[in-house]
Each structure stands twice: as structure tokens, then as C-alpha cells.
Design a protein around this ligand. Structure first.
Ligand code: NAD
Length: 423
């Protein structure tokens, strides 16, 4: 991230927020307070020092984490984030959300997350590789196909996953495809994984449109973040005929009320590394972008961008949380009062972990599926989760977020009770 982003994006402690959300879910769904206490903590948190030989001959020492929140339903699963603002409590919150996300999708996984405090944009490819291989070696006894399976998150991609896969495999003496997901296709990745998170968001938006009797082709969309999730979501929504009126990356946004030329924006970003300067669009800041008039607002960058401070100025009717935790609980309440419908992160961005699950299954079986099979199976799982959450929302007369979390927490609680507290 650029130095302009040196101040952390985290205004409130994310783990504190995640725990208070869990307590609230416990009340609404009348879950055993003993269980809520158990689920409020992470099973394991590992902190590692990652010394890296830099290209100029100096040695830089980075701090890395890997946190497992819960494994009651299966091995833990969750991305690895490379970002200067990573904190242990952020990783813990993200690990807890992964537990709920996997449970909501009914995947046989628990939740985990990892992170290294670094700015990947300032590292050379060789430095990034050395850092990734050393970080992997430091957590090698904590990960594995039956134990804990990393994946990409902010600042990491298929290339980083390939280095993790290779480092782990070299240490085991044979290729272990199931140790990590989000791998490139050439080393056991899954077709459809790259765009899976955005595709899952698209399926949720489409399902909601059907419920509301609205059409995507009549809708305008604003998207914050133009990485894996944001850029793919912009592309998919554009293909479906929606009007994408604004997009942004960390340097700022571009806006055209008549619609952005999304393929041109993708090409511009690829060529210049920024969206700024895109033809036929005016420049907006990331703060202004969130308050633009639109039907659907999709925050697809970082946490806590919609807060108590700006929530009342959000004009969207629907918020689709491509990012994890972009809306704070206080903002949630303001938006609910305004009648804004939020497609919560655990539902709206779960497509990535669903296809990661498919990649893991394909890797274990060493038998790979066609892309249309992957997308059809993804649709089945996301559409079913949406229906279940929609039904719970009506049944408990609560928000879609609380309904989704409630279903998920109940499943994890049930698995925990069924297994029994060890010893
Ligand atoms: P990415 O690194 O590919 O892209 C992040 C994007 O956000 C970049 O365009 C970056 O410029 C932009 N950004 C960074 N800081 C910003 C700021 N302050 N304001 C506006 N834009 C900013 O990351 P990603 O994989 O697309 O992840 C984005 C979000 O989606 C994260 O919250 C992540 O946890 C979540 N998520 C990702 C996946 C996945 O499969 N990649 C799955 C589920 C959830």
C-alpha cells in the first residue's frame, strides 16, 4: 500500500467487533452462553518472525501470524493477507468470520486466517518469494491438507500460493496439492477460482433482485476496490447488463453517472497500475465514492469503510459486502433504520471459499472438473445459503447479517456440542 495509506484503516478493534456480533447472535438465536464463550476465542494463534535477505544485502525482519479460530466442523480454512496494517486482532476477527462463512455454506471446514505485516508493493518478486517461503516454513507444522489450508487474501495471489505449495511440498518430499488453494491452474488450481468470490457476490445480488422483483439490467452499481473481488465483480455485473457507475482502488476512484466502460477500466488499471486518468470519467475520492447515488454499493477493499460517521450519507438501497467487515456494527444500525439491505460478507463473499473447497477436493482426488461444473456447483451452494438466510431473516425478524451469522453459529455450536468438550 502507498504511504498515503500509512494510517491504519482500522478505527475499532475488529476482534472486539466480531466478539460483540457473536454475543448478539447468541441472544437472538438463544444459544447456550457457555458455547458462546467457547466460540468467542480462537483455538490457536501463532506469531512468527520472518527474516528476509533483501536484494540490497540487508536483512529485514517481518512479523507474521496464523490463527485458527475453530475446527469443530473440519480443518480450518482461510486466506493470508500481506498488508502494512495487519494486526493479530484483525487476523483473529477474520479467522472467526471464516468459521461462520464455512458453516453458512455448509462446507466441512473451520475458520483460520494469516497475515504478514509488510507492504508487498515495495518488495521485489525475489524478496516476496523469500518472505513467503520463510513464513511458510515458520508455520509448516500448523498447516496441511487435513489441518489448516491457506488461500489468497489482500496482497497475495496465485503466485504466492504456488510458493507456499512448493515450500510445503519440498519439505514433505512430494507434491501436496491440498495444502493451499487459489493455486495457479498449472499447479493444481481450480478453474473458476480466480473469479469465484465475485461470482458468489453476483449470485447473491441476483437472488435478491428476484426477491425484490427488480432487474439487474435496470440497476446502477458502485464498487470500491479493484483487485480480485472488485474488478471481477465489476466485469461480471457489466456482462449482466448492470450499469457500473464508479470504481476505485487505493489511489482513488472514477465516476460516470452514465456508466463506466468496465473492460477499458480493467485494461487501464493493468497498463498504468491505477484507475485514475480513465477516459470519460471524473475523479472521486474513496470517501466520496461510498456516498454516490446508486442502487447497489459493493465495498470490495478493506474493513470498516462504512462507519457511524458516513453511514447516514450512503445513498445505495443495497450493500453487497465483497470485503470482509466493511460495515461497522454502529453503521449497520444506521443503515437498517434507513431501510438499506445488506448482503453480509459471510454470504456475499463466500464464493471464494466455496471454490477453494472444490479445489481442495479436486486436489485430494487428483481429478479436475470443467469450469461450467465448478460454476454450477458454486451456484447451488450460494443460492441455497441465500435461501436459508432469507428464511431465517423472516423467521427471527432480524437482519440478513444476523440471520446468516445465526445459522452459521448454530451449526458450529451443534458440532461442538455433538463432539463434546475435550477431555
Ligand atoms: P486485492 O489485494 O486483490 O485487492 C484489494 C483492492 O482494494 C485493490 O484494488 C486495492 O487498491 C484496493 N484498496 C486497498 N486499500 C484501499 C482503500 N483504502 N480504499 C479503496 N481501495 C483500497 O484483495 P481482494 O482479494 O480483492 O480482497 C478484497 C477484500 O475481499 C478483502 O476484504 C478480502 O478479505 C475480501 N475477500 C477476498 C476473497 C478472495 O477470494 N480474494 C474472498 C473473500 C473475501
Amino acid at each position: 500500500m502507498s504511504t498515503a495509506e500509512a494510517a491504519s484503516h482500522l478505527r475499532e478493534n475488529p476482534f472486539g467487533l466480531a466478539k460483540s456480533q457473536l454475543r448478539r447472535v447468541g441472544e437472538i438465536f438463544e444459544l447456550d452462553p457457555n458455547l458462546i464463550r467457547v466460540l468467542s476465542q480462537c483455538k490457536k494463534a501463532v506469531e512468527v518472525s520472518v527474516p528476509v535477505a533483501m536484494d540490497d544485502g540487508s536483512i529485514e525482519v517481518y512479523l507474521g501470524y496464523r490463527v485458527t479460530h475453530n475446527i469443530a466442523r473440519g480443518p480450518s480454512k482461510g486466506g493470508i493477507r500481506y498488508h502494512p496494517d495487519v494486526t493479530l486482532d484483525e487476523v483473529k476477527a477474520l479467522a472467526m468470520w471464516m468459521t461462520w462463512k464455512c458453516a453458512l455454506m455448509n462446507l466441512p471446514f473451520g475458520g483460520a486466517k494469516g497475515g504478514v505485516i509488510c507492504d508487498p508493493k515495495t518488495l521485489s518478486a525475489k524478496e516476496l518469494e523469500r518472505m513467503t517461503r520463510r513464513y511458510t516454513s515458520e508455520i509448516i507444522n500448523d498447516i496441511g491438507p487435513e489441518r489448516d489450508i491457506p488461500a489468497p487474501d489482500v496482497g497475495t495471489d496465485g503466485r504466492v500460493m504456488a510458493w507456499i505449495f512448493d515450500t510445503y511440498s519440498m519439505n514433505k518430499g512430494h507434491s501436496v496439492l491440498g495444502v493451499v488453494t487459489g493455486k495457479p491452474l498449472s499447479v493444481g488450481g481450480s478453474l473458476g477460482r480466480e473469479e469465484a468470490t465475485a461470482r458468489g457476490s453476483l449470485y447473491c445480488i441476483q437472488a435478491l433482485m428476484v426477491k425484490n422483483g427488480e432487474r439487474l439490467s435496470d440497476s446502477s452499481v458502485v464498487i470500491q476496490g479493484f483487485g480480485n473481488v472488485g474488478a471481477n465483480l465489476a466485469r461480471l455485473l457489466h456482462l449482466e447488463g448492470a450499469k457500473v457507475t464508479a470504481v476505485s482502488d487505493s489511489l482513488g476512484g472514477v465516476y460516470n453517472p452514465n456508466g463506466i466502460d468496465v473492460p477499458a477500466a480493467i485494461a487501464h488499471k493493468q497498463e498504468r497500475g491505477t484507475l485514475l486518468g480513465l477516459a470519460n470519467a471524473e475523479q472521486v475520492t474513496n470517501e466520496e465514492l461510498l456516498e454516490l447515488p446508486c442502487d447497489i454499493l459493493a465495498p470490495c477493499a478493506l474493513e470498516q469503510v462504512i462507519t457511524e460517521e458516513n453511514a447516514s450519507r450512503v445513498q445505495a438501497k443495497i450493500i453487497c459486502e465483497g470485503a470482509n467487515g466493511p460495515v461497522t456494527p454502529t453503521a449497520d444500525a444506521v443503515l437498517e433504520d434507513k431501510g438499506v439491505l445488506i448482503l453480509p460478507d459471510v454470504l456475499a463473499n463466500a464464493g471464494g471459499v466455496v471454490v477453494s473447497y472444490f479445489e481442495w477436493v479436486q486436489g485430494l482426488q487428483e481429478y479436475f472438473w470443467r469450469e461450467d461444473e465448478v460454476n454450477a456447483k458454486l451456484h447451488d451452494i450460494v443460492a441455497r445459503a441465500f435461501e436459508e438466510a432469507w428464511h431465517a431473516k423472516a423467521h427471527y425478524d432480524t437482519s440478513l447479517r444476523m440471520a446468516s451469522y445465526g445459522l452459521a453459529v448454530r451449526r458450529v455450536a451443534e458440532a461442538t456440542t455433538t463432539r463434546g468438550l475435550y477431555p
